[in-house]
Structures are given as structure tokens and as C-alpha cells.
Design a binder for this molecule. Structure first.
Ligand code: LMR
Length: 402
């Protein structure tokens, strides 16, 4: 029989914790899965779905996995920077071929885009605890927690008005007048999450001018490159801005454009004012990574590297990415054609759009039609199928009419 130990009196460590709300998007996955209705419509979390409603593994990814299974000889550690060849191959996709050799831009592999954002926020806090990040609203619900967990102050500024379905560009520019040199602005490189409303190139240009003139530092979240209007067009704003400024951060993800979501495959790039400063930043990234995840998971990056290093697999990946993008565009066009009030959806990009519905209306649609979208009215366009797209549009329009 075990000895009877005496437990000390006093407050218990874990009793001090308070209940936390579940992450709304992750909770939505569970809610939709638990709904037994066969005709439910899951337009919650941002994953690509094919016409049959599945999220299949891309052909090139499967082929790369087969190659890895046969040829990988070791699982020994790679180090905190992760797979260097992966980072080298992703760099020109993000910044263009010309920037590939720019030694002021350095990168490390991270666990997905989330890891890249968190690592970037930690680096900012380390470099300047007084720096603030200006974040246009609405934004992806995890941006705020990621930034604030790193101890960086977030300043909310306008970005988009859901009711009038327009980007509040002048209001955003105006709010940035409060930023000090060295403050940061978080931008969505393309396929804005949750609104789908991207800046056009003239707006990127005007913003770049303001950012350069005031000494602000862009922190660009590029999680959906290739799913808006193709890899090149989707990177235009990012490339223009990064080229014009002497300091920037880019948090990049392959989770969506390679469909390797659960493999957590991303990278963080830093542009510094000199190669020497970039080298120092790189050393700091390694030190910060080491204290968070030590080393990023390998498998996703090994897949992406294998695909990008093989001309045939790369071509096949490109072809599938173009197909995914085309499917998103055609669903957008279909919704837009359904009703005048949905027409704005066609002018937006990527998986998401936000409907001008109250939270109550969103919950009613969940109850009555089994439509699972985020409480904010954000829905994943590519969660729709050819069969249910019109049913979805009809239910939404009916709610708008109420
Ligand atoms: C989303 O916004 O649905 C995705 O980025 C998934 C996530 O991690 O929230």
C-alpha cells in the first residue's frame, strides 16, 4: 500500500487558473463534425475542399512523400533554422527571383504561419519592447493573441467595413499617423482573412510611401499565396513594399498552397538594413526558436523541398494550385451572380469573405440550415459544393431580407 503523504495547505497552483474560451475557429470544426445532418454546410475553418467536399492530399505531395519514404536516410536533428534548402526554395516564391540573392533577407523554417507570426512578434519584442504593432480590423482572430502573448502592444486601426463592404483605406492611412518610427504594421499579403478584401496595387503603393516616409516596419502575413490570383500576382504588394523599405518581416505559410495543413509548414523572413544586421537577426531567431520549439517539425518542409526541387513535381503542384485557385474564383462568381447584394464577393480574393450578418443571424443559420460559418459572418467560399452553393446563397439572402 502507498505511503500516506501529508499535503501542504495553501493555494493550489492550477486552481489559480481561470477558464479560457475555446478558440472560435477550432471549436467550429468540432461543432460542424458533430452535426449529424447529411446536408450540413461546413464553411468554417479555412481548408480547401474539392467538388466532392474532401480535402485531398495533392498529387505532388503524395509523390514527394513516397520519395521521402524511400530515400530519407536519417531523422537526426536539423537545427533551429529547420530545412535550409526549403527556406532557400521558398524565398524566390515570396520575394521574386531578383531578391533570392539579397543577403539582407534571411529566413528560418517555422511551425506553420502561426509559428512564423509568433517568432516575429518575439523578435520585435526583443529588439524594441516599446514597439507597437498596428493591426487593421477585422483581422484573423489569432493575430491579436499571438502578438499579445509575445508582450507586444497591439494598436487596432480600421481596415474594412462589413456593412458597406469596403476597405477603409483613408481611415487606415489616417490612423497610421499615430505610429512612431519603428512601430510596425501588420498586413495581409493577399487573400485577406477574414474579409477577402485586398489592397489594390495603387493602395499598396500609397501605403509603401507612408511606411517608408515614417520609418514604419511592415510585418506581412502571407498565408494564402497562390489562392487568390496565382503565385505571382498574390505576391505583388509584398514584393513592392519589401523592396522599397529597408526593414520588414514576412510570415509565410505553405500549409494552404501545398495543402499540408497539419504538417505545420512555414517560414519567417526578415529583411534588415544590411547583411550584417540580417545575420544578427538570424542568430536571434535561432535563439528564440530554440526556446519555443527548439526545431520546427521536418516532414512538411521536406515535402515542399522535394516538390520544388523536382521540375516535374513542381509543375504538377503548380497545375493543382491553379486548379484550386480557379475553383475558388468560380464559386465566388457563382455567389456573386446569385444576388445583387452578394456581387462584392467576386471582387475579393482567396478562401474567405465576410457576410453582413449579425451573430444572431449566423447562429440561426447554423440552427435552421446546418450552415457552419464563423460568428463574425466569415465563411470559407471553397467549403461550398456545386450542389449546395445556391442553397447557401438562398439561405443567406433570406437572412439579409429579414
Ligand atoms: C482559418 O482562419 O480558418 C485558418 O487560418 C485556420 C486557423 O488556424 O485559424
Amino acid at each position: 500500500m502507498a505511503d500516506a503523504f501529508t499535503l501542504a495547505d495553501g493555494p493550489r497552483l492550477f486552481d489559480r487558473l481561470s477558464l479560457q474560451p475555446s478558440d472560435s475557429l477550432l471549436q467550429l470544426i468540432a461543432l460542424a463534425n458533430a452535426d449529424p445532418r447529411p446536408d450540413k454546410i461546413d464553411v468554417g475553418v479555412g481548408v480547401y475542399r474539392d467538388p466532392a467536399g474532401g480535402t485531398p492530399i495533392l498529387r505532388a505531395v503524395k509523390a514527394a512523400e513516397r520519395i521521402l519514404l524511400e530515400t530519407q536516410r536519417t531523422k537526426a536533428y536539423l537545427g533551429s533554422a529547420g530545412d535550409a534548402r526549403f527556406v532557400e526554395l521558398v524565398k524566390p516564391i515570396v520575394f521574386g527571383e531578383r531578391a533570392a540573392a539579397d543577403d539582407r533577407i534571411v529566413g528560418v523554417q517555422t511551425p506553420g504561419g502561426c509559428g512564423a507570426l509568433r517568432l516575429g512578434a518575439d523578435l520585435i519584442e526583443k529588439a524594441d519592447p516599446d514597439a507597437r504593432i498596428f493591426v487593421g480590423q477585422p483581422t484573423w482572430p489569432n493575430h491579436g493573441p499571438l502578438i499579445e502573448c509575445a508582450g507586444v502592444e497591439m494598436v487596432k486601426i480600421p481596415y474594412y467595413d462589413t456593412a458597406s463592404r469596403r476597405i477603409l483605406f483613408d481611415e487606415m492611412m489616417d490612423a497610421l499617423k499615430d505610429a512612431r518610427a519603428g512601430d510596425l504594421i501588420l498586413l495581409h499579403g493577399c487573400c485577406h482573412n477574414p474579409t477577402g478584401a485586398d489592397l489594390d496595387l495603387d493602395q499598396w503603393k500609397a501605403l509603401t510611401e507612408l511606411v517608408s516616409a515614417r520609418g514604419l516596419v511592415p510585418f506581412i502575413d502571407l498565408a494564402y499565396q497562390g489562392l487568390g490570383n496565382g503565385l505571382e500576382i498574390d505576391a505583388q504588394g509584398t514584393r513592392m513594399m519589401v523592396e522599397a523599405v529597408d526593414q520588414a518581416l514576412v510570415a509565410q505559410s505553405c500549409d494552404k498552397n501545398f495543402g499540408v495543413y497539419r504538417e505545420r509548414t512555414g517560414s519567417l523572413f526578415i529583411k534588415a538594413s544590411s547583411a550584417e544586421a540580417a545575420g544578427t537577426a538570424f542568430g536571434n531567431l535561432l535563439q528564440l526558436s530554440r526556446t519555443m520549439w527548439s526545431m520546427p517539425p521536418d516532414h512538411g518542409a521536406a515535402i515542399v523541398r522535394t516538390v520544388l526541387d523536382d521540375p516535374d513535381l513542381r509543375a504538377d503542384w503548380n497545375a493543382e494550385l491553379i486548379e484550386m485557385c480557379a475553383r475558388i474564383r468560380s464559386l465566388r462568381a457563382r455567389l456573386a451572380a446569385y444576388d445583387e447584394r452578394l456581387r462584392y464577393i467576386d471582387g475579393q480574393n482567396g478562401m474567405f469573405s465576410i457576410l453582413p450578418l449579425s451573430t444572431d443571424a449566423v447562429l440561426e443559420l447554423r440552427e435552421s440550415h446546418g450552415i457552419y460559418m464563423a460568428d463574425s459572418g466569415r465563411f470559407n467560399i471553397v467549403g461550398l459544393s456545386d450542389e449546395n452553393a445556391d442553397l447557401f446563397a438562398a439561405a443567406v439572402v433570406e437572412k439579409m431580407n429579414e
